[in-house]
Design a protein around this ligand. Structure first.
Ligand code: ATP
Ligand code: MG
Length: 329
């Protein structure tokens, strides 16, 4: 069976004035493979390049290098017309759906918009799809006549999911789709996404800075640091016994119920971030994480570690992998 999404050696750069160091390398040499029906979680701190990878898949930013294949077809440089066809199959749900909804449009119009634009379906079929999508996300048919402002944050996120569903896609990029919600609402929306995955046979690229949230939905997890993959593997393995020092730090940064422990971790994290801010990256030399890494040795500062396949389907880019795992065992 062909992979649904295959990203090979993807790099994305953003233009920047020369005085601030030339183009920004937001994503560097990323590989990513998704089978049909699989959910891949993409985790990493702010600025690590998560959204940029999602945007590149959706054709919103160009790839500077590498290839993106969708269901066997190379879509790296898909034309505008091809992108319209692809919109039937690839959709996106963002963190702040209100920002992408016209407050003057009813929910029905909001959902129908891309159906009209991309598919030119008859009104009857559009109506049918809109009601089905609302039902699928647990909203009553009456929601169709109301305006986005009439809904809570969680309900608006359901509308955003319904807007993706009307296209009947097989792949959805969820970019921080639950990050702005309260914990209990977050859980409801995660459950909804899990259920839709089964009933509609969806695959998600599930993007979040929160390892626990990513773990909940994902079959496998890809950890990004400074635009590169530092660890990748089965979700349980990566989230519960992370190998890369950065993934370990992410796990340590996850909220814990004890406020004292929480404060300690937060302080530790802030200290680490401050250390990086004080240490300018020297592109092309060593491991990007070396300045923050408690295990770093000379080689880490001079030679970039390759992403190497280890046991249990895990790949880790770390010179100190053997010592760290021996120590943990
Ligand atoms: N449109 C843009 N123009 C210029 N630089 C950008 C643009 N979008 C992102 N960047 C930069 O690219 C890098 C990666 O950004 P990206 O938004 O992909 O990170 P992210 O992991 O999604 O972060 P967050 O968790 O904050 O959403 C960052 O340094 C960011 O400032
Ligand atoms: Mg982002």
């Amino acid at each position: 069976m062909t992979d649904l999404v295959k990203v090979r050696d993807l790099s994305v750069t953003y233009p920047r004035p020369r005085r601030s160091g030339g183009p920004l390398h937001a994503v560097r040499g990323v590989d990513l493979t998704m089978r049909r029906g699989e959910t891949v979680g993409l985790v990493g701190e702010s600025g690590s390049g998560k959204s940029t990878i999602g945007s590149a898949l959706l054709g919103l930013v160009p790839a500077a290098d590498g290839t993106i294949t969708f269901d066997g077809a190379d879509i790296t440089r898909a034309s505008r017309a091809d992108r319209r066809l692809l919109a039937r199959r690839m959709q996106v749900v963002f963190q702040d759906p209100y920002g992408s909804m016209n407050p003057a449009h009813t929910v029905a119009d909001t959902l129908a918009e891309s159906l009209r634009y991309n598919l030119a379906l008859p009104a009857e079929e559009i109506q049918k799809r809109v009601l089905r999508a609302l039902d699928d996300v647990g909203l009553p048919p009456g929601a169709a006549r109301r305006y986005p402002a009439a809904f809570s944050g969680g309900q608006r996120q359901r509308i955003a999911i319904a807007r993706a569903l009307v296209m009947e896609p097989d792949f959805i990029v969820c970019d921080e789709a639950v990050s702005a919600l309260d914990l209990s609402v977050q859980a409801q929306v995660l459950n909804l996404l899990a259920r839709l995955k089964e009933t509609r046979g969806l695959s998600y690229l599930f993007i979040s800075h929160d390892l626990a949230v990513v773990r909940y939905l994902s079959d496998s997890i890809v950890v990004l640091y400074a635009g590169r993959v530092v660890e990748r593997g089965p979700a349980a393995r990566v989230a519960e016994s992370p190998a890369h020092p950065y993934t370990r730090a992410l796990l340590a940064a996850a909220p814990v119920p004890d406020p004292v422990v929480q404060l300690g971790r937060r302080t530790e994290r802030l200290r680490a971030v401050a250390a990086v801010a004080a240490t300018p990256a020297r592109p092309g030399t060593g491991c990007d994480f070396a300045a923050r890494c408690p295990f770093a040795q000379e080689i880490c500062r001079t030679t970039r570690p390759e992403l190497v396949d280890r046991e249990d389907g895990v790949a880790v880019a770390c010179h100190r992998y053997d010592q760290i795992t021996a120590q943990a065992a």
